[in-house]
Design a protein around this ligand. Sequence first.
Ligand code: SAH
Length: 392
Amino acid sequence: MNSLILNPGREKSLQHRHPWVFSGAVERVKGEPAGETVAVRDCHGAFLALAAYSPASQIRARVWTYRESETVDEAFFRARLARAIGLRQDLAGETDGVRLVHGESDGLPGLVVDRYGDVLVMQVLSAGVEHWRDTLAGLLIELTGCANLYERSDAEVREMEGLALRKGILRGVLPAQLAIHEHGLKFGVDVEKGQKTGFYLDQRDNRRRIGELARDKDVLNCFCYSGGFSLYALRGGARSVLSLDSSAEALAMAKDNVRLNELPEDRAVWLEADVFKHLRLLRDQGRSFDLIVLDPPKFAPTAQHAAGAARAYKDINLWALKLLRPGGLLATFSCSGGVSAELFQKILAGAALDAGATAQVVGHFSAGLDHPAVLNFPEGEYLKGLLLRRTE
Ligand code: SAH
C-alpha cells in the first residue's frame, strides 16, 4: 500500500478525528489510482489513518479507519454496514423509510443509503465508495434482506470527485408504486425521478411536531416538495394549508399523497410558485397565517457560499415574519452545511429586525436519529431549525 505524506503541522485534524485530508495538506503521494486505500502519514512517517485516495477532489483523501491494524476489505465494510444498520433499529415502529447509512457520520465517507420499504437507494459520492461500489451493493443486499437496490449517484457533488453522474437499478427491480409509512401517514416515493433519493427523511420528527401544532390554524408551507409538512398539518386539524413549491412534479406527488391518506382535500391549496416572489405577493394580497414552515433547499453547500445564502435566508424569513399574525409560529430551517446554527440565528435576528417583528425562540429542530453527526465532524450537522413565535 502506498503512503500519502502530509505537510508539517497538517496532521492535527486527523489527530482530532476529522476524516478529511484537503489537497493543500498533502506533501506527496505516489500516483495512486482513484479510490485506492492509502496510509496517511505525518511528515516524519508516523501512521495517522487508512484513507480512500481521491486524486481529482479538493478532499484528497477520506478516512476509513484510524487503526493501522485494520484491513480495508469486504469484512471491514460488512462490519461498518452492519453497525450502521443496527443503530437504526429504534426507528422500526415509527417508519419503514429510514436512512441506513449517513456517510462520514457512520464511518463510511461518501456513502448514503436510504431504505424505502423493500427498496434500497444508494448514493455513491466519493472515489473511495465508487471503488468499493459493487462490494457494498452485495453487502447491502446480504445485510438488509432487501432484494432491490437502486443507485442515485446523480448528485452534483460527484463532479467535484471527478465522477460522472449515474443512476439506475443495481439489483432486483423497482415496484410500479412505492410508498412508505411514517408516523401513521403514507407517502409515495419516486426513487427514480424524485429529489435526492426520493424523500426528505431527515425532517420526519419535525414534520410530526408541526402536525401537533397545527390544530385550527391557517398554515403556509413553503418549499413543500411531496407535501410532508402539509400532510401532517392536515392530519393535525389545520383550518387551511397553503403549500408552495416550484416543482410541478413535486406538487403532483403531494396531491396524490393527500388522497392516499384520505385527508380533507378541500382544506389544501397547492401552488406552483417561486417562494421568493410569492411571499411578496401574499403580502400584497393582505394574507396572513398562524403557522408558517420554511424548508428551503440547500443555499450554501459549503462555507464559501455562506454570504449569498445568508441573503436568501434573510429574505424569505423577513417576508414570512411579515405574513405571520401576532402569536403565530414560524418553523424555519436551513440544511446548508456552510451555515452554522449560530450564523442562522443571526440571520433570523436580522430578518426580524427588518420585518419590524419581535420573535421568541420557542424550540429547536435537528435531523432524526438516522442522520447522526459525529462530534468531530461538525459538517455532519447540516440540518438546523428554529421554532419562532412572533410576539409583536
Ligand atoms: N419540506 C419538504 C422538503 C423540501 S425540499 C419535505 O418535508 O419533504 C426543498 C423544495 O424546495 C423542493 O421541493 C424544491 O422543488 C423546492 N424549491 C426550490 N427552490 C424553490 C423556489 N425558489 N420556490 C419554491 N420552491 C422551491
